[in-house]
Design a protein around this ligand. Structure first.
Ligand code: UD1
Length: 418
């Protein structure tokens, strides 16, 4: 398994271009099953989650071409409605295919999805929503089987604003008869991006980005070329890296509006931030002041996908912070690893109590999930001495060429394939 070897202490200076958002690309790829015409998605990150989604599409009979930058999908040859256990286990987002596959074939069979082990991650809201559209669901032997005669638009009230459930229902409703209204929908920018993609190929969706999404079913979707939004979590990770290491970094293609919950915290932390057009720049002198509290919330609140990185930042800031994780139950698994580097953090239930130290020291640590793994890389870059971050396959799920991008701004990080 690959590992990163990192010599900490370098300032980070320079420009980094941000990839298309992983959490946009994955549901958009799932959406390509809905059409018989070719779709090209631009600036797609070469990450394991995307590669696995392409393997799943291939297994359904779609033809996918990835030139390392753009992906073209031709779903006219799709024949199968079944996603085997081995593939579904690799990728949480395989669950989005329920909505699009059932819409295409009026049938779908999929093994329970895998993905990062960050909590229970139920899919009851996805299934409840699909049932409201007329889908019959049978759960047996670790598989979910869906069937329907016709998909019929309906009103769906989500018990909580789940990103995945909102997107899955959108995908099923796009070609349903009549109108579907999703209430208490998630408002993440990636949902609006999915809406924009769907509309670009002929769907009639409006309201995404607000709590109510209205979908008028259409008979057929077409093809086209689509550029997804930039990855706000990748951008946020680099901003926090620059804050922790000190330096001046400019992120090209990043959107400040979508990251305002983080930018406010970084400002409180003592960093200088400038966000305009499609650029965010940060200047940090490493004299960081702790933010009192960080609470993860659905968008536009502080993103759970930046919680681990923010905890690492608080670990090297002057003063104390309380970090509360409201979305996923086991998202503090990186904390014992950070402690090996000298961080002073205790966890009780959903809260981490962080007392900042002036410097972390290099250590050998193990990545256990995607964002927790990224937090360990940031801590190692800011620490004194040499660190090894093991099991970086978790990090490869969501960051494309992380070591190249960090090296380009002065980070001393290399991948070692063992
Ligand atoms: C998506 C993102 C993930 C991010 C998360 C929250 C993708 C591919 N992944 O994950 O990176 O961390 O949003 O912003 O876009 N819930 C239920 N029942 C359900 C579904 C969800 O109770 O049927 C709960 C979950 O346990 C969790 C909360 O709702 O507590 C939010 O989960 P959700 O928004 O669905 O996250 P994902 O779509 O899995």
């Amino acid at each position: 398994m690959d590992k990163y070897i990192i010599n900490g202490g370098n300032r980070l200076c320079g420009k980094i271009r941000i990839q298309s958002a992983k959490n946009s690309v994955l549901p958009i790829l799932a959406a390509t099953v809905l059409t018989d015409e070719k779709v090209t998605i631009l600036n797609v990150p070469d990450i394991t989650d995307v590669r696995n989604m392409l393997r799943i599409l291939g297994c359904l009979g779609c033809r996918a071409q990835f030139d390392g930058n753009n992906v073209t999908i031709d779903s006219s040859s799709a024949v199968s409605y079944e996603i085997p256990r081995t593939l579904a286990h690799e990728l949480r987002s395989s669950v989005f295919l329920l909505g699009s596959v059932v819409s295409r074939f009026r049938k779908a069979k999929i093994a329970y999805p895998g993905g990062c082990d960050i909590g229970l991650r139920p899919i009851d809201l996805h299934l409840k929503g699909l049932k409201r559209l007329g889908v019959r669901i049978d759960e047996h032997n670790g598989y979910i089987s869906c069937e329907c005669d016709v998909l019929k638009g309906n009103e769906i009230m989500l018990d909580c604003p789940s990103v995945g459930a909102t997107e899955n229902i959108m995908l099923a409703a796009v070609t349903a008869e009549g109108t579907t209204v999703i209430k208490n929908a998630a408002r993440e920018p990636e949902i609006e991006d999915l809406q924009n993609f769907l509309n670009s190929v002929g769907a009639k969706v409006k309201g995404a980005g607000s709590g109510t999404i209205v979908i008028d079913g259409v008979k057929k979707l077409g093809g086209g070329v689509y550029q997804p939004i930039a990855d706000r979590i990748e951008a946020g990770t680099f901003l926090i890296a620059a804050a922790m290491c000190g330096g001046e970094v400019e992120l090209i293609g990043a959107n400040g509006e979508m990251l305002s919950s983080l930018l406010h915290k970084l400002y409180e932390n003592g960093c200088k931030i400038d966000a305009k057009d499609d650029k965010i720049s940060i200047v940090s002198d490493r004299r960081l002041r702790s933010v009192k509290s960080v609470e993860t919330q659905p968008y536009p609140g502080f993103p759970t996908d930046l919680q681990a990185q923010m905890t690492a930042l608080c670990a090297v800031s002057k003063g104390s912070s309380v970090i509360t994780e409201n979305l996923f139950e086991t998202r503090f698994k990186f904390v014992p690893e950070l402690r090996k580097m000298g961080a002073d953090i205790t966890v009780a239930d959903r809260c981490a109590f962080v007392r900042g130290v002036s410097r972390l020291r290099g250590a050998t640590v193990i990545a256990q999930d995607l964002r927790g793994g990224a937090a360990l890389v940031l801590a190692a870059l800011a620490a004194e001495g040499k660190s090894e971050v093991l099991d970086i396959s978790h990090i490869d799920r969501g960051y494309s060429g992380l070591e190249y991008k960090l090296r380009a701004v002065g980070g001393d990080i290399v991948r070692n394939s063992v």
